[in-house]
Design a protein around this ligand. Structure first.
Ligand SMILES: [Zn+2]
Length: 307
């Protein structure tokens, strides 16, 4: 629990304003934050917001990711109207200090600015005509922090998959648990994990996709519970972010030690997949898990080995 208590602090590594990892030069060009190359906006969009020079994967919104992954027109959103509450009446600044708005006001501001109600969009869709339930997190909304609505929407997505006997895909990007909801946000870790245990008992696959950054209470719960865990190249994948580690331990975290490649090298995830190959990879995985493939496999084994 000591580890989990640090979750809200981890969140402070990122702010929603830092959500876009790219500097825009006017409206026509973007500068890659890694190699500093300037790209035309249209080329950048065409390349799925991946730098063609250094392979840096820029952050994309949940809607963009849904469009990228599923069959066009197949996505049906659920629980879009579920709104976050403010159970603790959380106020960040001392009374009379108006520097930081209260949580309720901050939520309202985010909702107006981002045009969505929470940091996750959930529903069901198909990939190459194969059905699945999916929950896609969005870092642009309050740094993708996991409040009670995020946890509830993810749990309901898993329950929908159970009801329909279809696989689940969760794409994570988060600074961790939402500190403004205190224990209510930490409870989401247990709730989502319990729902996934039921999914496992039912023999339904769960594919977890880690995108930049996946940290804190999200990486300590559902993000790392996938039957298959994929990650985008160079994504920050860890429990505690480098700035917090450096602040507490007074050590410099070596470059490249807390990204997806490092996690792959140490057996924490199954594959690092380029954004352009994600859809195809997911389609193949769904095929592998589908009943038809199992039937084909049984027939193959019978033919080959007489089993
Ligand atoms: Zn670059």
């Amino acid at each position: 629990m000591a580890k989990e208590a640090a979750t809200p602090t981890t969140r402070q590594n990122f702010s929603a304003d830092q959500a876009s990892s790219l500097s825009t030069v006017g409206n026509i060009a973007v500068k890659c934050p890694k190699c500093k190359e300037i790209h035309y906006n249209r080329d950048w969009e065409k390349n799925l917001k991946v730098c063609p020079r250094c392979n840096h994967h820029g952050r994309i919104s949940a809607r963009e990711r849904i469009n990228l992954l599923v069959d066009p027109g197949s996505f049906v959103e659920i629980d879009a109207d579920m709104l976050p509450a403010d159970p603790l009446h959380f106020v960040a600044s001392p009374p009379g200090d108006a520097k930081k708005p209260p949580y309720a006001a901050k939520l309202e501001e985010e909702r107006q600015k981002k045009g969505q109600n929470e940091a996750v969009i959930s529903g069901y869709a198909t990939i190459d005509a194969q059905p699945l339930a999916l929950a896609i997190m969005d870092f642009q909304f309050m740094a993708g922090s996991m409040g009670s609505v995020v946890g509830e929407k993810i749990t309901r997505t898993i329950e929908l998959a159970l009801e329909r006997s279809i696989p689940v895909l969760i794409s994570s990007t988060s600074g961790g648990a939402r500190m403004q909801e205190g224990i209510f946000s930490l409870m989401q870790m247990a709730k989502t994990s319990a729902a996934l245990a039921k999914l496992g008992e039912a023999g339904l696959p769960y594919i977890s996709l880690l995108t930049d950054p996946t940290t804190g209470g999200v990486s300590a719960s559902f993000a790392f519970l996938g039957d298959i865990i994929l990650a985008e190249p160079g994504a920050l994948v860890c429990f505690t972010g480098p700035r917090v580690i450096e602040g507490f331990m007074h050590i410099k975290v070596p470059e490249g030690t807390i990204n997806s490649e490092f996690a792959l090298q140490h057996g924490m995830i199954d594959a690092v997949v380029h954004r352009r190959d994600l859809r195809q990879t997911l389609s193949r995985l769904l095929q592998m898990y589908s009943g038809s493939t199992k039937k084909e496999e049984t027939a193959y084994r019978k033919r080959q080995y007489g089993l």
